[in-house]
Design a protein around this ligand. Structure first.
Ligand code: CUA
Length: 473
């Protein structure tokens, strides 16, 4: 009897929870209401089966409970029951599958007037390409793929030269315009997924997959890689912004064309050894874990690394010079930079290749004055927050994330995990960046790695945080 009651409560509780909590679908921001309908159909079919099976067990438990002298009847075959089960199961499966086939057919056939955007998945970043003013995506071939030309665009194809290439980061799209996404991979399986758009598609090496949708709401939407693609899989998280057409055009105009990227040349400048270093870095897969543009990854970025003073996990500091870099390649776990895991394998390279790698790394620090370029400390702070990946865990619009939002954070009275409280001031912010686990705000986990920034960078980050409003009462 107790079991029967538990089963009935389970059914009632599940239904109640479903209506009480919108737990499984983000608000819709595209034309794909059909996706939700399909999902709902599946949900109701499986939900009905769930209810029926549980109630059936509850009834059976009561009706056939143990009584002295009662014997179970053995009935191995029941034609009538089997027919019913077969027919009902078939109907249920057809109801679940058929709508999906219809919607999928629509999902992969873009309307004539759809614009085109190409997405390139690579370990572990997204890149985007828009056709230029001619409206045509230029030719690409594998043999043209290089560090600066990750799409492998043909430098001699005029259709390619005006293509707009967004090498990393975030995608913007105009409101209410149908757009066809073409998806390519440079290495392994990835999957481009934007839950709000109900849009998701595997990216398969050697194949171009596609889908289309029309964004129907202005806003910032999470995008993620939904196919495990290696240790950096989690860093393939980004955002799609849906803008008013004018804002979108303004953003697009600010992005470089392929011709402009070509003119800039490959990183490493003119040095032969540095150019060889880039080759070595690509051959050995270094760039899977070390970015060259300052973005956060599994290992320290190489941008601005040379000459920097790094804090090590054993409490010592070290200046990054030729000798340190060579050791860090040959025997990476001898000294680990604070905030990183000891996951790098040792590399055995020729003395020449080692020197080339070091030269390439050094070339990424020369004449580099990015963080203070124009815009004052607030803008510099915003750039640092982007480069260091802070915004992966801290929002600036008040929405919740893995870490506290920066909106109205400054001046706020925060409760700490140890029960005490603290006013967020400059000193607290600086400490939280350098040594985040010294004081943990109540309700958050101590998962933030320490960041080794210069005083100037810290001041800029604090200035940026302050610019996002005050939480003082
Ligand atoms: Cu790319 Cu997971």
């Amino acid at each position: 009897m107790a079991i029967a009651i538990v089963l009935v409560l389970l059914v009632i509780g599940s239904i109640w929870f479903h209506f009480w909590s919108p737990w499984w679908i983000t608000p819709l921001a595209s034309n794909w209401g059909d996706m939700d309908d399909t999902l709902m159909i599946t949900f109701w079919v499986t939900g009905a089966v769930f209810v029926a099976v549980n109630l059936f067990i509850a009834v059976a438990v009561i009706r056939f409970r143990h009584k002295p002298g009662r014997k179970a009847a053995y009935e191995p075959e029941n034609k009538k029951l089997e027919w019913w089960l077969t027919i009902l199961t078939t109907i249920g499966v057809v109801i679940m599958l058929a709508p999906g086939l219809i919607v999928y057919e629509d999902f992969i056939h873009a309307p004539e007037d759809a614009s085109v955007v190409e997405i390139l998945g690579k370990q572990w970043q997204w890149a985007y390409r828009f056709p230029g003013n001619d409206g045509v995506l230029g030719n690409s071939e594998i043999r043209f793929v290089s560090f600066a030309n990750s799409f492998g665009l043909d430098p001699d194809d005029p259709n390619a030269r005006d293509d707009v290439v967004v090498a990393s980061g975030e995608l913007h799209l105009p409101l209410n315009k149908p757009v066809q996404m073409l998806l390519r991979s440079k290495d392994v399986l990835h999957d481009f997924y934007v839950p709000h758009f109900r849009a998701k598609m595997d990216i398969v090496p050697g194949v171009i997959t596609s889908f289309w949708f029309t964004p129907t709401r202005v806003g910032k939407f999470d995008s993620a890689c939904a196919e495990y693609c290696g240790v950096g899989h989690h860093t393939m998280r980004s955002f799609v912004f849906v803008d008013m057409p004018d804002d979108f055009q303004e953003w697009l105009d600010a992005q470089p064309t392929f011709a402009e990227i070509l003119a800039k040349g490959e990183p490493g400048g003119g040095s032969k050894s540095a150019a060889r270093g880039l080759e070595v870095a690509q051959e050995q897969g270094c760039l899977g874990c070390h970015s060259v543009d300052g973005t956060a990854s599994a290992g320290p970025t190489w941008r601005g690394l040379y000459g920097k003073t790094e804090n090590l996990s054993d409490g010592n500091t070290v200046e990054v010079d030729d000798a340190y870099l060579k050791e860090a390649i040959v025997n990476p776990n001898a000294s680990i930079v604070k905030g990183f895991a000891a996951i790098m394998p040792a590399y055995q390279l020729s003395e020449e290749d080692l020197k080339a790698l070091v030269d390439f790394t050094r070339s990424l620090s020369e004449g580099d004055d990015q963080s203070s370029a124009g815009g004052g400390p607030i803008e510099a702070g915003r750039q640092i927050a982007e480069e260091q990946g802070c915004l992966g865990c801290h929002t600036t619009d008040g929405s919740p994330s893995a870490g506290p939002t920066w909106k109205n954070l400054f001046g706020k009275n925060e409760k700490l995990a140890d029960g005490s409280s603290i006013v967020v001031d400059e000193a607290f912010l600086q400490e939280s960046i350098r040594d985040p686990n010294a004081t943990i705000i109540n309700g958050f986990s101590p998962i933030m790695p320490p960041y080794d920034l210069t005083n100037e960078q810290l001041d800029a980050l604090v200035a940026y945080t302050k610019s996002l409003g005050s939480g003082a009462e």
